[in-house]
Design a protein around this ligand. Structure first.
Ligand code: ADP
Ligand code: MG
Length: 593
């Protein structure tokens, strides 16, 4: 494909798209200047623009990070109450109360995100519902602070020196400008390192953590950002209507906001914007139906959601998509870890001592010792169920060991989480492929290149060229911009290997890379492994294929029923009587993938 070969240097992440955003800003301000200065349509425009900012928050937490949040109206309300109480009761200027509301609400968001440490999926969604309900109760019943169910009236709009924003058009201009800002921020976030980490968490938490992503921190941050955006929309909403009351921010409003996001397309702030405008306008369009309006409204929403699972924007993006990709241009395959040319040495890169892992009564691993020397390929073999994958899972930090220790280049990492081990130079692939399905091949590999501790991880153009380099190494650079799901199983494995390589790891763990591959693909994989070995990369590989193992391994360890039964040079190990009895003696096992 030639797409990957247009030449211009990759631009810094956040600067890209600024001209478009400025153009949009001028356009909305011009629109505000001619919009109705008061009345019904002005209200609709203000409602749509302030809601759309809050819905952009849902794009971050749900669309990017995959966490269902049913408390966005609560965040909207917190922001609105901060501006209302700030300007009416506490005598704060509008532009002090608004950011204050964003900060306070952002902190609530972070705290709510902390719940994701213990809870995931539906349970976390339940917690967000509880938060929403508690907030409504507080807004209604803490009368001395919130004015209770009567709400707060007389909320003032801002006046700056030389700029009076109290008029209808001027205030609409402010709301629309904030909307452009929020949309731009959310859009650029998607292509940033943080945004990619969020999408990694959404698509596959385990893979993300082994790419060095601190999944807990990422979820907390996503909730914080979504809350702050909710509060920005809420604060502007309060100024727009001069009156607020608790019922405007109740649970059913959270459902409406969620529907707006899903309807428009939760993967993109543009989708959120479309969905919001549509749901704000739809009741107006259907007004002529009188009593039947709610039924038609509900049916329309359900039909759109059923037939457009990616929302309206998903449909548009599929039609006209393809622009705005990360430039792979000029990023000719740079992969410095392959230039280290480390010679096999006696230095131990990965040392495991007395490692045990018990699942209830099952001893999946039982006191296993293993030492991988730097610059060598070390194979771990054994029959099915002998504990090989468990060994890798414990080494990479996905499981806590029952006993034993793990050291990386002399540092004890036994107590560390998966992402911390990755940050110290460990990388791995999975027996059952774990790619980030919502992303392109290039984005998958970029997450690998963004491994904290890698020399380019903070440098966007360095990350792209590192990722392209890794893709070139495995021969997939032409597929860079394809969705990863469009690739064959074998090629998805290569994406995983490229993702691991892009992080310039010290030690690479490969769990049955040949599993599920056909003969041709297996041969190509053998060739790839030989090339990696030629570059002196330190590798611990699990495989069933004895031929492949013989071809690449400098050292072999054999497991059986969780115990190490042999360890040493390939020739000696493969002829060891226990190994022959347990493993090689059953020839059919050689072919088991
Ligand atoms: P291998 O990779 O060598 O085929 P595994 O490490 O996957 O073997 O499995 C070793 C043993 O541990 C098997 O009996 C398996 O059923 C068990 N096991 C692996 N993971 C778990 C788990 N998460 N919970 C319970 N048992 C497990
Ligand atoms: Mg396994």
């Amino acid at each position: 494909m030639t797409r990957a070969a247009t030449a211009s240097p990759p631009q810094s992440n956040w600067r890209r798209g600024v001209p478009g955003a400025l153009l949009a800003l001028v356009a909305v301000l011009a629109f505000a200047a001619v919009a109705p200065a008061e009345g019904y349509y002005l209200n609709i425009l203000m409602q749509a623009s302030t809601y759309a900012i809050a819905v952009a928050g849902l794009v971050v937490v749900l669309g990017y990070c995959g966490q269902i949040s049913l408390t966005q109206a609560g965040f909207l309300g917190l922001g609105a109450y901060c501006v209302a109480l700030g300007t009416v009761d506490w005598g704060l200027p509008f532009f002090v109360a608004l950011p204050l509301g964003m900060i306070v609400t952002g902190v609530f968001g972070l705290v709510l995100g902390l719940a994701s440490l213990r809870l995931g999926g539906h349970y976390l969604a339940m917690v967000t519902i509880s938060f929403q309900q508690i907030l409504t109760l507080v807004l209604t019943n803490w009368i001395s602070l919130t004015h209770g169910p009567d709400g707060i009236s007389g909320i003032r709009r801002p006046v700056l020196p030389g700029l009076d924003l109290t008029g209808g058009r001027a205030y609409l201009g402010l709301c629309l400008a904030a909307l452009v800002g929020a949309t731009f921020f959310t859009w650029r976030l998607k292509g940033s390192r943080l945004g990619r980490a969020m999408q990694g968490v959404r698509d596959n938490e385990i893979a993300a953590s082994t790419c060095g992503v601190d999944i807990f921190r990422i979820k907390v941050v996503a909730f914080g950002i979504s809350a702050a955006l909710g509060a920005l929309g809420g604060g502007l909403f309060a100024g727009a209507f001069a009156y607020i009351s608790p019922d405007q921010f109740a649970f059913n409003e959270s459902v409406v906001l969620l529907t707006m996001a899903l309807l428009g397309g939760v993967q993109s702030p543009f989708g959120a914007l479309l969905g919001t405008c549509f749901l704000v306008m739809l009741p107006e369009w259907l007004r002529f139906l009188r009593q039947a309006y709610l039924a038609v409204y509900g049916a329309a929403v359900i039909l759109i959601m059923v037939f457009l699972p990616d929302g309206v924007w998903g449909l548009i993006a599929r039609r006209f998509g393809g622009r705005g990709r990360a430039q792979t241009a000029g990023a000719a395959g740079e992969l410095p870890l392959l230039d280290r040319r480390a010679q096999p040495s006696e230095e131990i890169a990965l040392k495991v001592a007395g490692l045990s892992k018990h699942f209830g009564g099952l001893k999946a691993l039982d006191g296993v010792d293993l030492a991988v020397r730097r610059g060598t390929v070390h194979a771990l073999i054994g029959p099915n169920g002998s504990g090989k994958t468990t060994f890798l899972n414990v080494c990479s930090g996905l499981y806590r060991p029952t006993a034993g220790s793990i050291a990386l280049a002399g540092t004890d990492v036994t107590g560390m989480g998966a992402h911390q081990r990755t940050q110290r130079g460990l990388a791995r692939t999975f027996q059952n492929i774990r790619v980030f399905r919502g992303m392109t091949v290039l984005e998958n590999v970029m997450i690998g290149a963004e491994r904290p501790g890698n020399d380019v991880w903070r440098n966007p153009s360095g990350v792209v060229s590192r990722a392209v380099g890794a893709l070139q190494f495995v021969g997939l650079e032409d597929a860079a911009h394809l969705p990863v799901g469009a690739l064959s199983y074998g090629h998805q494995r290569y994406v995983e290997i490229a993702r691991a390589l892009a992080g310039s790891p010290d030690v690479l763990l490969l769990d049955e890379p040949a599993a599920g591959l056909n003969l041709t693909e297996k041969r190509a994989l053998g060739e790839l492994l030989s090339r990696l070995k030629g570059h002196g990369l330190t590798i611990l590989i699990i495989d069933h294929d004895v031929k492949l193992v013989q071809q690449v391994a400098d050292h072999i360890t054999v497991l059986n029923f969780g115990k190490r039964i042999a360890d040493g040079a390939p020739g000696a190990v493969l002829s060891h009587p226990d190994v022959v009895a347990a493993y090689l003696g059953e020839p059919h096992l050689h072919e088991v993938a």
